[in-house]
Design a protein around this ligand. Sequence first.
Ligand code: F6R
Length: 365
Amino acid sequence: DKGHYRHFMQKEIFEQARVIGNTLQGRIGQHKVLEQVFGTSAADIFDQVQRVQIIACGTSYHSGLVCKYWLEDWAGIPCDIEVASEYRYRKVVVSPGTLFVTISQSGETADTLAALRLAKELNYLASLTICNVPNSSLARESDLVFMTQAGPEIGVASTKAFTTQLVSLQLLTIVLGRRHQLSAEREAELVEALHSLPSLCEEVLSLDPEVLEMSEHFSEKHHSLFLGRGPQYPVAMEGALKLKEISYIHAESYPAGELKHGPLALVDSDMPIVAVAPNNDLLEKLKSNLEEVQARGGMLFVFADKDAGFKNNGSTKVINLPHVPASLEPIIYTLPLQQLSYHVAVLKGTDVDQPRNLAKSVTVE
Ligand code: F6R
């Protein structure tokens, strides 16, 4: 049931504050993650983790990419990540003490499931899945299961599954990090930020009318470039995937620092550039990358922290977001990118919930 929404995707975008609350419900205390929520055998396994291998496809792969930044930065735990379709067909080297993690909304993605089955033949410590469908194949076949609690996702373009995956991966990073370099003080900070997440999501989702206005600049375009740095690079990748899959506009994503190594050649006045710009220690670097784009006539669309110093002018359209804790940036900045792709697709008149050539659950290779 779509309620008063026009599409399931739109409904699912607006559900995110609530379902993120559900994902956190019963999993965190005031200052701590309750690690027994990963299962009774989790503590023994987590004690032995020296490294993490993440496997997923599509949007779920993007949440895994963000987790790599978190695991290495906060926890000091090395993390590798690969798309399942590549991983399953090559010879891999497994380091001792590696936890094998799959991420999947459906729990039925053929390549991800094949990767898990292959991993069981290899020397991994154990397998864990972050999954949204109880009793799915991945949930049944993994040693540890952590459910995302996004509720059924009907729109083919994944939205609430992605943000609840990010929340779940943050909890995983914290319980693993505790056994490595993550202090109790840092954990308390991260958990306090998580408590504020649902209301911050609500606040950012209410920017929808501004995003709608911005979307009008895209409906006649054929190409677009999404830029981010650090954990916002996978967010830019996800923004580009959303736009291409439902609006059919060609969208590429780059870490902003890579521009001058090739993609800058694409930039002219017909190429809208979308950038995610939280106010963090990469902001000044990002700004100088964006100046190079503007010098080539590119039109900029920036989702920026209100204090990041971006101004609206003839060649820059800015949507200001509230300042949020750095740990929440990838989740928060994803929301307006989902809304942007939704509105562009509606303007173009595509079948938003059922884009051409795509299936919700990819159960064949
Ligand atoms: C994109 C999208 C797909 C899925 C991918 C993996 O919006 O939905 O890229 O993320 O097919 O699916 P799951 O997460 O079910 O394994």
